[in-house]
Design a protein around this ligand. Structure first.
Ligand code: LLP
Length: 860
């Protein structure tokens, strides 16, 4: 047998996105030339063009109703389009597959049903067609290519006596001398399909969604290849999901175990099933990105070169449902678990995590392994209820710390546990294989906690054999997507440089950006009135800009009210809201004397200062019980928040209102700040509408502010269109109720930038510091919330950002850091640094700490 190290074969698997553009195909040619140049025999395994597998599914669904022609045409067109892009003629082979597809679809339409075998044949066409085009393109580039039908190589095996699964088959992957002979010609490329195989009778079977990775692994094992290369759209495995944690680090070296664990814990880079075949024969598995073939990627072997216990990744899985089984009688009872698990088995549900106590067993059901609709859960619960008390908890997220010998680091997790202080942990599980430690928490907290745990446990470690660069660092040159317009400060550069030059540090606001945001909200049909929460930025010109466009003002203190009344003495009173929290009695009196709309968020004022309210119209702020937001400090609902009248006091509220002849005309709720999920406001509106039925005078639901603004260029913002249509539905169901909103940040955050001159530089160990003229006295958000603000060297905006710096201010606290590990061009004293998205809660929260005046403000 040939040992892996001398094997002439290298198997390269390319995923759907890798084979869908001409640019990627040119990269593939380069990689293949390099492998051939190394004297290797490349075996390419590739997937269908991206999106085609889904379309084939829908072709079948539509065919059952005889409506498949449009989908069929889309499939045809997508392949022809790629052929045009690749400058090749589609050719007879492609036409043949397309013809087959059309005939099968017509057959399905005729009989009105699809067998598994027919489904497998249809789905396989995606890979067959894509590889036909792939082979043709490689030939057009001068490579010698043999196209191989994977079904002649990969044979499915029956599982434990059961029939071969047609749609999710497994194959034999023992070394295959016959295949090695067949693939032995040097100097050319073998090209075949992922995802497909055949059974003992030669019928097409599939390896399940994501099965192309597994195909690659089977080929590698059968050929005893030197390595398996998985080419995908990310350059390797990362220490967290980079889309939600951009400080995620590239994991350069992993053990098979760890890769398997990360893949199974929710990362989508590799299909977990592909690891076993390569692991069994010690074949190294490399992960690379097709669009950036020069990046180093991840290498997975049995000897990743480190043995120290270390958390390598934080993995999040969402959509988890917990089933909690309570039975006091369980204690010492023989067979309870067997009975309970039999019920899961009877319902065909696979259990993932388990934790037990004397009287409770809690298990998790993973949506990846189970079809979990309401009916499935209800059936399960009803059967389990015969054995014990059952509670369904969800939706939850599981958060796993992954790494070898994870027990060895538990003592270092002390600080990490503090992050869970405010958070209910439903279940904790430490894997028997010592590779993961998992917490199950509420789903909406998953990404945030993952980010915080990552910062604590992983981000800080220096680069070593395992931890590579961060996602941000890898993608910084391309960070701003090409079609997104550059932020306003690009075109105001000289003005901003000048401002910083004259003032040392300055806040600059762009009126046009505020206007654009106001107009965006104005376009929402579901909203009757908009108020600006002036706490975000009460600068007079900012207020003028929003007031001119018809927006009202929401104030939270007498100070804010006096400021607004002085600036706009003639502003109609109904355009001002007063929503204080724990304010002294005198402030309410001040507002009432001026006929302003007051929102109460506690019953104390009604109980104790009855005379103030008699006969008035009031808004009441309700604690809906669900706090949301970018940080604990800004989640303003729920048991641990000081805001709002709890639902348990609504009866008393009704009674007090009747006694005082107070009419409750508006209900208000603000769940928190920096929220992106539109569900937040829809839920608030729905909940308030429900409560409104108890108070006959309510005509307004104020659903608060809190609309998030992306911290990073690649992060998506709040989907206003989706929010609008969801709120329109709520309105339709609740006619007669107006919807108001009161955002602060959304209107002003992006319109503001803090510019400051560089004062000093310092290098200390691995860390380089850039000192600037102002710090947490001007912008406290990074220190207070760990917020991220983009930082650029405005003086050298066009130079490549190649060095990593921490950007710090002059304040005497270690927390005075505006950004950690930021990529900037080589930076000098006197350069001007710009800190973006500082228009909200920037100057408004500034101080004179250390007797350093905060940066002055300028409306441009
Ligand atoms: N309405 C009420 C009742 C509020 O308490 C707030 C903000 C808003 C509206 C406006 O929320 P926005 O749309 O700006 O998210 N300093 C923190 C934000 C604190 C928000 C406090 N309340 C930060 O810098 O992130």
């Amino acid at each position: 047998m040939i040992s892996a190290a001398e094997s002439p074969w290298v198997v390269l698997k390319f995923g759907g996105t890798s084979v869908s553009t001409a640019a990627n195909w040119h990269n593939i040619v380069r990689v293949l030339r390099a492998r051939l140049g190394d004297g290797l025999r490349p075996v390419v395994v590739h997937s269908a063009i991206s999106g085609i597998t889904d379309r084939l599914e829908s072709l079948l669904a539509k065919a059952m109703e005889g409506q498949h022609e449009p989908v069929y045409q889309q499939i045809v067109e997508r392949h022809r389009e790629l052929a045009r892009e690749l400058r090749i003629a589609p050719g007879a082979d492609l036409e043949r597959h397309l013809n087959d597809l059309q005939q099968i679809a017509a057959g399905v339409a005729l009989v009105g049903e699809v067998s598994e075998r027919v489904r497998a044949r249809v789905m396989a066409t995606g890979e067959l067609m894509a590889t036909v085009l792939g082979a043709q393109f490689l030939r057009s580039q001068g490579l010698e290519v043999t196209w191989v039908d994977a079904r002649t190589v990969l044979k499915s095996e029956a599982r434990r006596g059961a029939r071969t699964s047609v749609l999710s088959a497994t194959c034999n992957f023992e070394p295959d001398p016959e295949l090695q002979r067949r693939f032995s010609a040097p100097g050319h490329v073998l090209l075949t399909q992922g995802f497909i195989a055949s059974d003992e009778d030669g019928n097409t079977v599939l390896l399940g969604r994501g099965g192309s990775d597994t195909s690659g692994a089977y080929f590698a094992a059968k050929l005893q290849a030197r390595r398996l290369e998985i080419w995908t759209d990310v350059p390797g495995m990362f220490s967290a999901n980079p889309r939600s944690t951009p400080t995620a680090r590239l994991l350069k070296a992993l053990h098979y175990d760890e890769a398997q664990e990360i893949a199974s814990s929710g990362a989508k880079v590799l299909h977990p099933r592909c690891i076993l075949p390569v692991r069994q024969y010690g074949i190294a598995l490399h992960v690379y990105a097709t669009q950036m073939p020069e990046l180093e990627g991840t290498v997975i072997t049995s000897a990743p070169g480190d043995s120290a216990a270390q958390v390598k990744a934080i993995a999040v899985r969402k959509g988890i449902t917990l089933i909690s089984l309570d039975s006091p009688g369980m204690w010492h009872q023989v067979g309870f678990l067997a009975d309970a698990f039999q019920v899961f088995k009877d319902h065909g549900l696979s259990v993932d995590l388990i934790s037990t106590s004397e009287t409770n067993v809690t298990v998790s059901l993973d949506p990846a392994a189970n079809t979990l609709d309401g009916a499935a859960i209800a059936g399960l619960v009803s059967d389990l209820s015969r054995l014990c008390r059952v509670q369904v908890i969800g939706p939850c997220a599981s958060l796993s710390l992954v790494g070898r010998n994870i027990r060895g680091i538990l003592h270092r997790l002390g600080d990490a546990f503090e992050l869970f202080e405010e958070q209910k942990i439903h279940l904790v599980s430490q894997a028997a294989n010592d590779l993961n430690f998992t917490f199950v928490i509420d789903e909406d907290q998953g990404d945030r906690l993952a980010r915080q745990l990552h910062d604590l446990l992983i981000r800080a470690t220096a680069r070593d054999k395992v931890m590579g660069p961060t996602w941000e660092q890898l993608f910084s040159p391309a960070r701003r997507s090409a079609d997104a317009p550059p932020p306003w400060w690009h075109s105001r550069r000289s003005q901003l440089l000048d401002l910083a030059g004259r003032n040392g540090a300055a806040y600059a606001y762009d009126r046009g950006t505020i206007q654009k945001r106001v107009d965006g909200l104005a376009a929402m049909k579901s909203i009757d009135r908009r108020f600006y929460a002036i706490k975000a930025n009460p600068h007079a010109d900012v207020l003028r800009t929003v007031v001119e466009r018809g927006v009202g003002l929401e104030c939270v203190s007498q100070g804010e009210l006096e400021h607004v009344l002085a600036l706009f003495p003639d502003l109609p009173r109904e355009r001002i809201l007063f929503t204080p929290n724990f304010a002294p009695r005198s402030e309410y009196a001040f507002a009432l004397e001026r006929d302003l709309q007051v929102t109460l968020d506690n019953l104390h004022p009604l109980r104790e200062w009855a005379e103030l309210w008699r006969g008035r119209e009031l808004f009441v702020r309700i604690d809906t019980g669900h706090g949301r937001g970018h940080h604990d400090h800004v989640r303003t609902a729920g048991l641990h928040s000081k805001f709002g009248v709890p639902l348990s006091e609504l009866d008393e509220l009704g009674r007090l209102a009747r006694e005082l002849s107070v009419r409750i005309v508006g209900l208000h709720a603000h769940a928190g700040s920096g929220v992106f999920n539109v569900h937040n406001w829809v839920e608030t509106a729905t909940q308030l509408a429900g409560i409104a039925r108890r108070f006959r005078d309510v005509r307004v639901l104020d659903i608060g502010g809190g609309l998030g603004v992306p911290e990073r260029p690649a992060q998506p913002g709040v989907d206003l269109a989706a929010l609008d249509s969801a709120l329109l539905e709520v309105r339709e169901k609740n006619p007669g109720l107006e919807l108001w909103i009161e955002p602060g940040r959304y209107l002003v955050a992006e319109a503001g930038a803090l510019v400051a001159q560089v004062t000093q530089l310092k290098g200390k160990g691995e860390v380089q510091y850039v000192g600037i003229a102002t710090g947490m006295n001007s912008l406290i958000r990074p220190a207070l919330y760990g917020s991220h603000h983009e930082i650029v060297n405005l003086t050298r905006l066009d130079e490549p950002a190649t060095e990593t710096f921490s950007v710090v201010g002059p304040i005497c606290e270690s927390g005075d850091q505006l950004g950690v590990d930021r990529l900037l061009p080589p930076t000098r004293e006197g350069d001007v640094v710009l800190i973006a998205n500082a228009g909200a809660y920037g100057h408004a929260m500034s101080s004179h700490y250390n007797l350093r005046a905060p940066a002055k403000e300028f409306m441009l």
